[in-house]
Structures are given as structure tokens and as C-alpha cells.
Design a protein around this ligand. Sequence first.
Ligand code: 9WN
Length: 448
Amino acid sequence: VRRAFRRTYDVTDLAMGAADVLRSNDIGTMVTAAPALYPHMWSWDAAFISIGLAHLGVDRAGQEIRTLLAAQWADGMIPHIVYGDRGGYFPGPGRWGTAELSASAPQAPLTSGICQPPVHAIAVGRILEVARRGSAEDRAAGEQLVRDSWDALYRWHAWLSQYRDPDGTGLIAVVHGWESGMDNSPRWDQPYTAVVPGPDLPPYVRLDRELVRDGAERPTDLEYDRYLWLIEEMRRASYDPVKVYDTCSFLVADVFVSAIFAVASDVLADLGEEFGQPAAHVAELRTWAARSRAAVAASCHPETGLARDFDRRTGQWIDVETLAGFAPLICGGLDADAERALLATLHGPRWAGHPELVAKVPPTVSPDSAGFKSREYWRGPQWPVVSWLFGWAHARHGHTAAAATLRTETLKLVGDGAFSEYYEPVTGEALGSRMQSWTAAVILDWCT
Ligand code: 9WN
């Protein structure tokens, strides 16, 4: 039986609620990704969070970016978790052991040993836009942030290019599903079959199970064994990026990360030109952007038009239909007809316009796909933060009406004010963590 979904929202109330979430998750040095489930800083969360913070104060937004960049590894990697003083999350810093094992990792703050999608330049660009709508102080703070962060962001992109695409294919590889940000997406099911936890996997206790009551909303125990086994493999390689690339049993060229890398490299190059950064570095960013954009376009399946990941260990394309297939809409690069067709597919009856959905927001897996699980994390639910990213990209590529629809439909979905991590697409039920910072941040950006 379909539950009636009639969620009304008031933009001012939503903005106030979102601001409250960000303020209450702010522990001074960082805004935690979520109050209980994620009590530390996550890399791509911090970028989106800083966009929301810009509406509360450009200085505070800049501080969030600076906190993240202060944890950048000596080789240029921005780590996926920067640990605060609180425990409460597994795996914690002890399980990674990065400070002991890697000469590149900082001794303080402690961090994980992998990375996440490079959305940071997009965030700095957006903070600058918000700053320029504000006072003279805001404007100055926004411009100072660009000057202070540009080189670190350039080094981060250089790291991805050098160590995750050593052959210059344009597709950036991930060595762990967590690096994609879409941890248990069906995209990774096949490559994860090659990750076989050894008998020497140290025992561990999951903490997320106690915090999300319905276990079906989180990854399975088998998935967790594989996540933890990959950490063991990386420890054995001392987090040396060349050794990790050569030895890790999971190595997949991620088309969604590659699309983000392409468009973020362009944003960073634009900022670099405007702020007088070294011309050679700006030119490199343009080359990386063009190469990745072309590689994302070339990955598209000839019949479905969806972009695909490539398993570098088996040498096979991964033909699994998920939201990541719309990667070309993030970075551009298709010819006009193909782009229009892909946009129509995203907003059409198999995806965001599916007749069963309560809000016209793209689910992570189509309800018509065999792999669709309506409550299970990255296997079906709608993630407001991902919708914001598509909305931002639509606006950048001139798809103004589609961008506006994503905004109003997502606001309808989150109209209950729970600011959940993800939503059940058929009932609109809030799932995962409540008061999730990046959900609040993107809603605040959309409501201000
Ligand atoms: C592992 C913090 C992070 C997001 C990821 C999301 C989830 C962590 C987890 O939470 O991942 O990194 O414990 O499940 O998948 O995208 O950055 O919000």
C-alpha cells in the first residue's frame, strides 16, 4: 500500500533548521559529519559542509577548509577522515596506523589512509560566489581563502593524477569502495569478490550497528570484512601510493570520481587564472580536466549511454546500472544530442521521474533495476547531497530547468526537517543518520 506523501515545507524554516544542525554539529575545530554515527571530519563531507557554512559566515567556511587542508599528507593526498578528539567511530586511527606506518601521513591530526572524491575546489569556488554576494569583509575572506588554499588543492589534484592514473588514461582509480564515497554501491560488487579476507584479519566490533537500528540500512558484515581487509593490505604497503596501486586487491577506475576530478580541475584552473597562480600549474589542470572529461565520455555504454567504471585488476568494464552512470552530466564532454538524451534519462521514468517515487529526485539505483534495495544505503535510497551536486552541475552546463526541479523536489523530500543522510524513495522515509551535516549544508545553500 502506497503511503500518502504530502510533505510541505517552508524555505525559511528549512534554512533555520539546517543552520541549527550545522551549529550543533560544530565542535569548534570542525563540524562533524553527523552527531553520533560520524563524529569526525570526512573529506568530501567537509567540502559540502563548508558551502553551507559560507551562509553563516565566510570565515567559518574558510576555517573548515583550512582544518581539512592542515591534515593533507606530505605527498598531496587529502585523507578521507580527519579524526577529532572523540572516539565513537570504527575504524578509528589505531586501526589505520597511518602516523606510524607512513612517512607522508601527519602525526597530528590523525587521519585515515585513503581519500574521497575531489569536490573541494568546487566548494572553494562556491564559497567565493557566496562571499561576493556579501559584505566587503566577506568578499575579502572569500578571496583570501582562494589564495590560501589554491596550491594545496593543486597538489591534491596532482596526487590523484600521478598516483591514481599513472598511465594518463583520464580515469582516476580508487583502491577501496570508501574512496568512491558510495561505499556499497552495486558498482563494486564484482570487484569486491576479489577481496578475500585472510584468517589474520584482526577482530573488530562494528559501532554503526548500534547507532542505526535497522541493520538493513547499512552495509553487511561480509562487506565490512572486505573493507577491513583492504586496510590490512594497505598497512602492509605502508600506505605508499605506488605499492598500494600495484598490490591492493581492489583497483577500479571510478567514472564518477573521474567526472568530479575533471570539473573540479576546471574550477580550480579558473580560480588560478583569476588569482594569478602559476601558469604551468593552471595549464596542467586544464590538461587533466580535458583528458578525464574525454575518458568519462568514452566509457559510455553504446546502448544505454551510461558511463561505466573499469576494473583495472580484471581489465573489464563494469556493466552495472547505477546513478554513477550519469557522470558525464557532472563534467560535460558529450555531444549535444547525447547530453540531452542522458539528461532525459536521468529525469525520466526509469530514474528521478519514476512513477513510484514520492519526489522527483534521482535514486542511487533505479527501482526498475534488479539490484534496487529501497532502504539499503547506496543501493537505492536518494541522497540529498548527490542531488545538490547534480543540480550544481546542471546549472553550470546550462540545464537551468532541470537544476530548479532538483532543488524543489529535494526540498520536498527533506521537508520533514530530519536532515537525514538518505531517504527511502517510495515512501519518503528518513533513513541512516539524522542531522547529517552535509544534508543540512546543501539545503541551506538551496534555501539562502
Ligand atoms: C565510511 C560520512 C561518510 C560519507 C560516505 C558515506 C559514509 C563511511 C561509513 O559516511 O561512509 O567512509 O562509515 O559508512 O558512504 O560517502 O562521506 O558522511
